[in-house]
Design a protein around this ligand. Structure first.
Ligand code: GLU
Length: 457
């Protein structure tokens, strides 16, 4: 058995999270749950220009709605001295070197390399600079950015999703770890924190595969080969038309999906199972989803996000939720009391979104406009209503008596009753609804007369 893993989800708080980010968060959280490990929420907010505290808070709200409770939350902005110490260590080991090229110079160089058919890899010109060159640049007012000197070997790892993986580090530019203004790019702080917090498994999108080669070298340089965690890179979710999701594509944000009535549990099942060899199906709980999660089942192909499929999973999720799972939510809509459980069981199979319960509760408890098609028939029906108490058999007894009296059957028998009792063409089984509507309401609805259809003489 594996020892309890420590995983982390590390969004940069530069916008609300979308369903693709939720996928990464859930895969980590459920992996931790499944193996009795810990889940850390880390905000990668070293980019002070773009990071916002209100986004961090909104991300926490979105994760809580999904049912994700971090064991620990922290912000990288609070840990900068540790990054300085790591940078110092790399400098001392001759792995971090100053570069003075401007963005324009680098761009020109890249173009020249491309024109000559060479890969656009940084040529390490800065490694040849002398102390005098440095002094001259500094005197000109230039500030260096700092690159990590990669070992030109082949980085190998056994990816939880992709299996045996390797990258030839000679094909990569030495990555910039520190900008001219002294701020850190994501690469180094991420490794420093993963070491410090003993992250055992890094589960993230496959857009980070090339970072992995670099980060393996950083783990080794800062803490030795034993410090390298296990990696798993899942495929990315794309829009229905195949484009990547971005924090700016607001419609797919967790907040927007929640507001449109998507169930959290459905979103979780959809986000985790789409793009895997497992069928996308509703689950009764996050525990159940954790039990089916298997990173080895994640496909290498992109996973397309189909909003209609998500809406379908959401409805099917509602159809199977037990009363206990929704009791509080029903109370929030003033649906409580001795009828509440039977009501839930009667209507859940007809819900598209949870809020539909409000409408059905009105059918059971409140005022509706009965649809009156055939007043004489409804008069007979009203006269035959059995005495209470009513139960699940009342509907069958009542309609049997009505059938005998009127010789109607099938739709001609049942449909006018549904229209009068519920005011709707379709809905839950009347056998279940009738006892909830009760005799007083039923009688009133059967005897109501639609003034416009039957004007007074
Ligand atoms: N902040 C990075 C991102 O959002 C984290 C990547 C990682 O998990 O290492 O892409």
């Amino acid at each position: 058995m594996m020892s309890p893993p420590i995983v982390r989800f590390a969004p940069s708080p530069t916008g609300r999270i979308h369903i693709g980010n939720a996928r990464t968060a859930l895969m980590n959280f459920l992996f931790a749950r499944k193996h009795h490990g810990q889940f850390i929420l880390r905000f990668d907010d070293t980019d002070v220009e773009r990071s916002r505290e209100e986004y961090a808070q909104a991300i926490e709200v979105d994760l809580a709605w999904l049912g994700i409770q971090p064991d620990l939350t922290f912000r990288q902005s609070q840990r900068v001295p540790f990054y300085h110490a790591a940078a110092e260590m790399l400098r001392a080991a001759d792995r971090l070197y100053p570069c003075y090229e401007t963005a324009e110079e680098l761009e020109r160089r890249r173009k020249r390399q491309q024109a000559r058919g060479l890969p656009p890899v940084y040529d390490r010109a800065a490694l040849a600079l002398t102390a005098e060159d440095h002094a001259r640049f500094e005197a000109e007012g230039r500030r260096p950015h700092w690159r990590f000197r990669l070992d030109h070997h082949i980085a190998r790892w056994n990816d939880l999703v992709r299996g045996e993986s390797h990258i030839d580090c000679a094909s990569l530019s030495d990555p910039v770890l520190l900008r001219e203004d002294g701020s850190y790019l994501y690469t180094l702080p991420s490794v420093v924190d993963d070491i410090e917090f003993r992250v055992s498994h890094i589960i993230r999108g496959e857009d980070h595969v090339t970072n992995t080669a670099v980060q393996i070298q950083l783990f080794e340089a800062l803490a030795g080969p034993g410090a390298v965690p296990t990696f798993g890179h899942h495929n990315l979710l794309t829009s229905a038309t195949g484009e990547g999701l971005s924090k700016r594509s607001g419609a797919l944000s967790i907040a927007a999906l929640r507001d449109s009535g998507i169930e959290a549990l459905a979103l979780a099942a959809f986000a985790v199972l789409t793009g895997t060899s497992d069928s996308v199906h509703p689950v009764p709980s996050l525990e159940a989803l954790a039990a089916v999660l298997d990173l080895a089942h994640v496909s290498r192909n992109q996973a397309r996000f189909d909003p209609a499929e998500l809406a379908g999973i959401s409805a099917r999720t509602l159809h199977q939720l037990p009363y206990e799972a929704v009791r509080e939510r029903l109370v929030a809509h003033d649906i409580s009391g001795h009828k509440a459980e039977a009501f839930w069981l009667a209507v859940r199979g007809n819900l598209t979104v949870f809020l539909d319960v409000v409408d059905w509760w009105r059918v059971v408890e409140g005022e509706i406009a009965p649809i009156v098609e055939d007043p004489e028939f409804l008069d007979v029906a009203g006269a035959l209503l059995p005495e209470e108490p009513w139960d699940g058999d009342t509907w069958a007894q009542w309609t049997a008596a009505l059938k005998t009296r009127t010789s109607r059957k099938g739709k001609a028998l049942f449909h006018p009753l549904r229209l009068a009792l519920t005011g709707r063409e379709e809905g839950p089984e009347l056998a279940a609804l009738l006892p909830l509507i009760g005799r007083i309401n039923s009688e009133a609805r059967l005897s109501a007369r639609d003034a416009s259809a039957h004007p007074a003489p």
